[in-house]
Unconditional design. Structure first.
Length: 209
């Protein structure tokens, strides 16, 4: 009799475990389904970025393969979503010239952006005696003589979406801002700010998340 009782107890435990496991599966399936429905209904949109201006402190070619740069940029970001907030995390900005990085990474402080809100950052991006391909040093010198240079400001980081109290995992953020700067153009000398020159740009950036 004792063996039968023990066997019955084991069967009951197995049934209870199966029921618990099945209940957990159903719970997580329903939760995932609700999240997907809410996400599809809200249809989150990527933030929009604009490169507003660039203040040139230094942009020198000290040798054909060496460039020194100090630029302060102003970048604005707008959250176009009415019901979704955005957490910006671990972001950094830098500049490239002809697809070659010419500044170090500059960290942008993390921030939460509410519905339809706008945030503005004005980081300094710089690089001292950064080695580049010799043809890039020559090209930069020629562009300055011609009256305009085309830099590309890039911002990389991670974002999280917030819907009510629900916060998603991190997504990679890639922002690319073309910066057409009329340096040396006698018709557009910019605005002198101390020992620097500030150029109004208002150029739209591409955003990938």
């Amino acid at each position: 009799m004792s063996e039968k009782v023990c066997s019955n107890h084991k069967d009951e435990r197995r049934k209870i475990l199966r029921r618990c496991f099945a209940s957990l599966l159903v719970f997580f399936f329903v939760l995932l389904l609700v999240i997907l429905i809410v996400w599809a209904t809200l249809q989150p949109k990527n933030p929009t970025f604009t490169l507003q201006d660039a203040t040139i402190f230094k942009l020198n070619v000290s040798a054909p393969n060496v460039i020194s740069t100090t630029v302060q940029i102003t970048v604005s970001s707008r959250n176009p979503n009415s019901n979704i907030g955005i957490y910006y995390d671990t972001m950094s900005a830098y500049a490239t010239y002809h697809s070659q990085q010419i500044t170090y990474y500059t960290v942008i402080p993390p921030v939460y952006q509410g519905h339809k809100d706008v945030n503005v950052w004005s980081p300094f991006i710089y690089g001292d005696d950064v080695p580049v391909a010799p043809y890039n040093g020559v090209a930069l010198t020629e562009d300055k003589s011609d009256g305009a240079i085309s830099l590309t400001v890039k911002i990389n980081g991670r974002v999280k979406w917030r819907v009510g109290s629900l916060v998603t995992g991190r997504y990679h953020l890639h922002v690319t801002c073309p910066a057409y700067i009329p340096i040396g153009n006698s018709k557009n000398t910019g605005m002198v700010v101390g020992n620097a020159i500030k150029y109004q740009l208002s150029q739209t950036c591409s955003v990938n998340v």
